[in-house]
Design a protein around this ligand. Structure first.
Ligand code: PHE
Length: 340
């Protein structure tokens, strides 16, 4: 019996099999229990003899079972460890590295350019008073030019700003009679239907310079010089600019500024539609009414202002054909700007 049990234990290679063997030989219905149960029927001489043999057999089987179980358990752990082993020589999975959003890159480039010329950055609220967005900029209630910049109204007197000129109006009121040299970047809103070139929300960087009038300081020529350098910085050294007469209620005279086309350089192509020129921004000399309303004496102070649409600059600089690409966060679009 002992030989038979030990033989079975020897070949068993799973815990379950070993357990079955234990039940079979050492369990309540097993042969050894049977023998021990039948001890009462034996004679006094046989009893210790048989008892000793039964105990010895039981002990041997038990011992063998225990060592085998420990072996099987150890083998299982080893197998598991082997399966979970980490191959430190395998190349790792690359982590996707993000990059600057093209608009962020353009904003930073614009800011760097003007900071280098001594401008300061000023920000203001997107939810704005009608007064700073329109009235202080020579656009009284009912002025027909308000139509050009229809917006979203919160109340009769509160609206989403249509340009960051509102920040310029605030700064002028705050500085009252002191020179100013600022740019105002930020989000603005218009009641426009979204399409490839229009968005109900976009971004601007507007600039304002105000100085006391002396013989030789700021005039249109300063404005032209700065914006010429700006166009070269953003689109390339060989860019020219041209000024076209225009109208803004807050500047007089007002101009729109074009840059020579970055593709054809002036001979005509599909981007500039054969004209050789592309409009990039609006600008002008600050209107005397605007100066006066903010507490500047127009006889003593003079200034110029300009308004840059960041999306427009980004579209021209990077050849993006639909403004909506900037807002939909498609990584296939964004990944193309890794070099920025
Ligand atoms: N505020 C004007 C706009 O948003 C741009 C502009 C700014 C024009 C300053 C002239 C001077 O359209």
């Amino acid at each position: 019996l002992q030989q038979e049990a030990l033989g079975k234990i020897e070949v068993a290679n799973e815990l379950k099999m070993l357990n079955d063997i234990r039940v079979e030989y050492l369990g309540k219905k097993g042969p050894i229990t049977e023998v021990l149960k039948g001890m009462g029927k034996l004679s006094a001489e046989e009893r210790p003899l048989i008892g000793a043999i039964a105990n010895e057999v039981r002990g041997a089987i038990q011992e063998k079972l225990e060592t085998k179980m420990a072996d099987v358990e150890r083998a299982a752990i080893e197998k598991k460890l082997e399966a979970e082993a980490i191959d430190v020589t395998l190349p790792g999975r690359p982590v996707a590295v993000g990059n600057h959003h093209p608009l962020t890159a353009v904003v930073e480039k614009i800011e760097d350019f003007f900071l280098g010329l001594g401008f300061e950055i000023v920000e203001g609220p997107e939810v704005e008073k009608d007064y700073y967005n329109f009235e202080a900029l020579n656009l009284p209630k009912g002025h027909p030019a308000r139509d050009m910049q229809d917006t979203f109204y919160i109340t009769e007197d509160m609206l989403l700003r249509t340009h960051t000129s509102s920040v310029q109006a605030r700064t002028m009121e705050l500085e009252k009679g002191k020179p100013i040299k600022i740019i105002c970047p930020g989000k603005v809103y218009r009641r426009d239907d979204d399409d490839a070139t229009h968005s109900h929300q976009f971004m601007q960087t507007e600039g304002l310079v105000i100085e006391e009038i002396t013989d030789e300081n700021i005039g249109m020529s300063n404005l032209k010089g700065i914006l010429d350098a700006f166009a070269k910085e953003m689109f390339g050294e060989d860019r020219e600019i041209r000024l076209r007469p225009s109208f803004f209620p807050f500047t007089e005279p007002s101009v729109e500024i074009d840059t020579s086309c970055m593709k054809c350089g002036g001979c005509g192509c599909n981007i500039c539609k054969g004209t050789g020129w592309i409009e990039i921004l609006g600008a002008g000399m600050v209107h005397p009414n605007v100066l006066e309303m903010a507490g500047y004496d127009p006889k003593k102070y003079r200034g110029y202002a300009f308004g840059i649409g960041q999306e427009r600059i980004a579209m021209l600089a990077y050849g993006v054909d639909d403004i909506r690409h900037f807002y939909t966060n498609d990584v296939r679009f964004l990944q193309q700007f890794k070099q920025l």
